[in-house]
Design a protein around this ligand. Structure first.
Ligand SMILES: *Cc1c(COP(=O)(O)O)cnc(C)c1O
Length: 222
């Protein structure tokens, strides 16, 4: 039986600790379904494509916090910089520099997460541990005046093997701790671990997630 978005959302919220942010992933779902979630109290929504995000944002309530969670090309940053609340999918410092430039133009600070490659599949985007540490080392972080490097994001292998998924989330948490200790010690802005989707969010929360990105369990299957 199909449940309403409101019912789905309320049931889901009962399983997520207050301290963990729920990003309701609304990709492919029409604005009226997003409004159902909005009227049930949800304010943070995630989209994975720029085109879809910029078509929805102007026709939905202005107090929605839009998170971009999918791959972002540098030439599209300008379209979302004026309003986006967080970008989860920063996978190069070239992209981070572009976000910084467009944020400055828009007179904004944009929170960004470093997307890490943690899954076995090689199709997913993201930094390796070596790459991210090397980039953080060689870039002058204080030059990024209009982005807030707020944490890390990762996607586990799409698998029923809970031990595998758990080990990948645990690895992301350890990467977060390493980066924080080496580059953001004493700052409280580096604090988010965005991990967990409909199929694996409970494991992600057990392993220290601070943000879960959930689509199907809220809006139904795509
Ligand atoms: C689609 C998507 C999600 C949500 O997936 P569900 O399985 O529907 O919960 C989370 N993160 C990213 C990056 C996505 O593209």
């Amino acid at each position: 039986m199909q449940h309403s978005v409101r019912e789905n959302l309320l049931r889901l919220k009962g399983t997520i600790p207050q301290a963990v942010t729920l990003v309701a992933v609304s990709k492919t779902h029409p604005p009226d379904r997003i409004l159902d979630a909005y009227h049930a109290g949800q304010r943070v929504f995630g989209e994975n494509r720029v085109q879809e995000l910029i078509s929805k944002q102007p026709i939905l309530p202005a107090d929605i916090e839009w998170h971009l969670i999918g791959h972002l090309q540098t030439n599209k940053v300008k379209y979302i910089a004026p309003f986006v609340s967080m970008i989860h999918s920063v996978d190069s410092f070239k992209l981070l520099a572009e976000i910084n430039k467009e944020a400055k133009k828009a007179n904004r600070m944009i929170p960004c997460l470093l997307q890490m490659h943690i899954a076995k599949e090689d199709s997913k985007f993201g930094f390796s541990e070596e790459e991210v540490l090397a980039e953080l080392e060689k870039n002058n972080l204080s030059a990024f005046s209009n982005v807030i490097i707020s944490g890390v994001m990762g996607m586990a292998t799409f698998s029923d093997d809970e031990d595998l998924v758990r080990s990948e989330f645990r690895y992301l948490k350890s990467l977060f701790e390493t980066i924080k200790r080496r580059f953001f010690a004493g700052s409280d802005t580096f604090r988010e671990i965005s991990m967990g989707m409909s199929g694996d969010y409970a494991v992600a929360i057990e392993e220290g997630s601070t943000m879960v990105r959930i689509g199907s369990l809220v809006f139904g299957s795509r």
